[in-house]
Design a binder for this molecule. Structure first.
Ligand SMILES: Cc1ncc(COP(=O)(O)O)c(C=O)c1O
Length: 373
């Protein structure tokens, strides 16, 4: 008999979410209804932000956040090459240029020193990514932004639950900060996103642009600016509200699974583990990504795990080496050596709140065997 499959991710959904969806269905207010504001207020409170705007995806939120800080044609946005491609694409949407800088080899986040060296007269914004839920060094980026007159937009799509050393939750520092609610995230609405922020004028712009450029006091077919359909439906918001109520438990469960992995994988020689929390920063656990030893054939490792019914995925590829970015901007190997080394060896293992000790042990044992350890 073959072993039970272990997926990469699995959301925690239950009766509360079912009930929440049913209530919206029965109310008939499927979109632009009361759940949107409710979800926004509850989410803002969760990350101690003043304001929040619900949007249809993390990508949509990043796009609107960049527009809200006036990133436009010819501007440069400094960001991490070690991220999901959306954090760079959103600058391209606005005919701005994503300018990459290398990452810190420990936290895997954009290195503030490298970002500072990449600033030019055209730089308009910094877009640090809290990769794998580890807080980016916002105090350093804030100093850089202040000294060079730049705006900050944070990509926290992977970082719900992360906390900065000064106790501020990621998303609560006042800069437009974007969360994502795709099905593998700490909190899911299927698809969805949230922008947290502190400036009412920016929220007004985002709320208008997510709704085809209509101001709150305007009629149904009246539009005074360019907009998009980036709304989040009430059905999704209702799921989000139910998920928020169980968030602390889900985050604690993810941290528990990470602890189990750390113990189970400690003995595998040459295997890199996610950095431990340091200097007071606290990770919001999203994925468990290991760095394979230098001599490993990653494809073979993935294949061997798959043969044992264990899903794993190279995560993440370097953005600047993707064909679109090579062709459009002339990027090539060797530009960001830390990112390239990490990206060539990183592997995401199955990771979800309800993972059992037995499942973690099986992944660790099969990974160790596939590495010949
Ligand atoms: C770092 C990062 N940025 C942006 C996104 C885009 O979010 P979404 O898939 O909700 O558009 C994601 C999630 O997939 C992500 O992980």
């Amino acid at each position: 008999m073959s072993a039970e499959p272990i997926p990469l991710a699995r959301p925690v959904l239950g009766e509360a979410e079912e009930q929440a969806v049913l209530e919206v269905l029965r109310s008939g207010a499927l979109s632009l209804g009361p759940r949107v504001g409710e979800f926004e207020r509850a989410f803002a409170e969760q990350v101690r932000a003043q304001l929040a705007s619900a949007v249809s995806s993390g990508t949509a939120g990043l796009h609107l956040a960049l527009r809200a800080v006036d990133v436009g044609e010819g501007d440069e946005v400094i960001t991490s090459p070690f991220s999901f491609v959306a954090s760079a694409n959103v600058a391209v949407y606005e005919r701005a240029r994503p300018v990459f800088a290398d990452i810190d080899p420990v936290t895997l986040n954009l290195d503030p020193g490298a970002a500072a060296a990449a600033v030019t007269e055209r730089t308009r914004a910094l877009l640090p990514v809290h990769i794998f839920g580890y807080p980016a060094d916002l105090p350093a980026f804030e100093r850089l932004a202040d000294s060079r007159g730049l705006r900050i937009v944070e990509d926290a799509c992977e970082a719900l639950g992360a906390v900065h050393a000064d106790g501020t939750p990621v998303g609560g520092r006042g800069h437009p900060t974007v969360f994502g609610f795709y099905a593998n995230k700490q909190l899911t609405t299927g698809e969805g996103g949230m922008v947290t922020l502190s400036e009412p004028a920016l929220k007004e712009r985002i709320d208008s642009e997510r709704n085809q450029g209509r101001a709150p006091d305007m009629g149904w077919l009246d539009h005074d600016r360019l907009g998009f359909n980036y709304r989040l439906a009430d059905l999704a918001c209702a799921i989000g509200i139910a998920q928020l109520a169980r968030l602390e438990g889900m985050l604690a469960a993810r941290a528990r699974v990470a602890g189990l992995y750390r113990e189970a994988l400690a003995e595998i020689e040459g295997l890199g583990l996610p950095c431990a929390d340091r200097d007071g920063d606290k990770r919001g656990w999203f994925v468990f990504v290991v760095g394979l030893p230098h001599d490993t054939d990653r494809e073979r490792t993935v294949g061997r795990l798959a043969a044992d019914q264990i899903q794993s995925k190279p995560y993440l590829p370097a953005i600047h080496l993707m064909s679109f970015y090579r062709e459009r901007y002339g990027h090539r190997e060797g530009e960001f050596p830390v990112c390239e080394d990490v990206a060539a060896r990183s592997l995401a293992l199955p990771f979800f709140p309800e993972m059992t000790e037995g499942q973690v042990a099986r992944v660790a044992e099969r990974l160790s065997a596939s590495l010949g350890r």
